[in-house]
Design a protein around this ligand. Structure first.
Ligand SMILES: [Zn+2]
Length: 105
């Protein structure tokens, strides 16, 4: 039973096909040009580490990556500094949740 959550996550993160990923990337691009995104970046806060950055140093990040079935919806898109972005990419090979937990400590 302890495995239930992890199984649910795996089901949610079923691997999407190429065309679906391309479609989500298009959506992300459109949102990047929206006032909503500009407002988020103007705040200048990295979603992951909580530090402040100039807007141009923030990148758009999918909390649940497209490659893991994430969508380009507002609730899944966050501003992220380059450092966290790089670290997240590296950590996706391992366990990003674990990385986030470490940051909380
Ligand atoms: Zn950061």
């Amino acid at each position: 039973m302890a495995q239930f959550n992890k199984d649910a996550m795996t089901a949610f993160s079923s691997v999407p096909d190429e065309s679906e990923i391309r479609r989500e990337k298009e959506k992300a691009r459109a949102l990047k040009a929206s006032p909503w995104w500009k407002r988020r970046c103007a705040k200048g806060i990295c979603y992951y580490c909580g530090r402040k950055f100039p807007a141009r140093e923030l990148t758009m990040d999918h909390i649940v990556p497209l490659s893991r079935g994430g969508k380009s919806i507002k609730s899944n898109l966050v501003p992220c500094c380059k450092e966290c972005n790089t670290q997240k990419k590296a950590n996706l090979l391992m366990d990003w949740d674990q990385y986030m937990n470490q940051k909380d400590k």
